[in-house]
Design a binder for this molecule. Structure first.
Ligand SMILES: Nc1nc2c(c(=O)[nH]1)N[C@H]1C(S)=C(S)[C@@H](COP(=O)(O)O)O[C@H]1N2
Ligand SMILES: [Mo]
Length: 217
């Protein structure tokens, strides 16, 4: 029982020492990297797997990606059509609400801007939906303007099923639960509808820099 407060004091002391050494001895060596990591996060080198259910088996011959909801003509791509769209490789830091961050992750896929080209919509919100029933809500502004991708490669390799392969969503400026694995489409909506984790205590928006982890943050 006495150990816990002791540890807390030690951590506070280390924080204070860090502050002092920054203040009095100039920049610490890790200043650059720590300014890159949102508050409360630590950096990992491995790639943890976090799934709320089993990894669905996805047959690419049957697979489609859809944009539906507040749109005159729903849009739909087969796997072959999606793979033929202009793609890009992006290097991004990712931040899980369980506090790990992974820096410089490399992904290949299609920008959501490409998928939404020419689409007119009254929607301000979206629900990203996946095989297996997972959903997550993201404002439309947060998936446009080259901020989100539908990705199918990680580190130059086809995306592993555990990490959402064949195709997952990537919206790296928000906590990683917004990056739906096994993604199948985007539902455009006028109102904001909480997704799976957002209905179960996670923050509706999820900005890691403001530590919007849970309801009320
Ligand atoms: N379909 C689906 N997508 C999901 C999840 C999930 O359970 N199902 N978990 C989310 C959470 S909480 C995180 S942190 C990341 C984990 O991705 P990873 O397993 O590739 O690390 O996926 C997100 N996308
Ligand atoms: Mo997560």
């Amino acid at each position: 029982m006495r150990r816990l407060p002791g540890r807390r004091i030690l951590r506070d002391t280390q924080r204070l020492m860090g502050f002092i050494s920054r203040g009095f001895k100039g920049k610490r060596r890790d200043t650059a990297s720590s300014s890159r990591v949102p508050p409360g996060q630590y950096v990992v080198n491995d790639f943890p797997v976090l799934s709320a259910g089993p990894t669905p088996r996805v047959n690419l011959d049957q697979w489609t990606f859809s944009i539906e909801g507040e749109i005159d003509e729903p849009k739909r791509w087969t796997w072959k059509e999606l793979a033929a769209l202009p793609s890009e490789t992006v290097i991004k830091d990712i931040h899980c609400v369980t506090k790990w961050s992974k820096l410089d992750t490399s992904w290949k896929g299609v920008s959501v801007d490409v998928l939404l080209q020419g689409v007119e919509t009254a929607a301000e919100f979206t629900t990203i939906f996946s095989d297996g029933g997972y959903t997550t809500n993201v404002p439309l502004d947060d998936i446009t303007g080259n901020k989100a991708w539908v990705v199918y490669e990680f580190d130059g390799q086809p995306l592993h099923p555990e990490h959402g392969g064949p195709v997952r969503f990537l919206v790296p400026h928000l906590y990683f639960w917004k990056s739906a694995k096994w993604v199948r489409g985007i539902r455009l909506q006028k109102e904001e509808h909480p997704g799976f984790w957002e209905s179960n205590g996670y923050n509706m928006y999820g900005d890691p820099w403001r530590e919007q982890r849970y309801w009320g943050d």
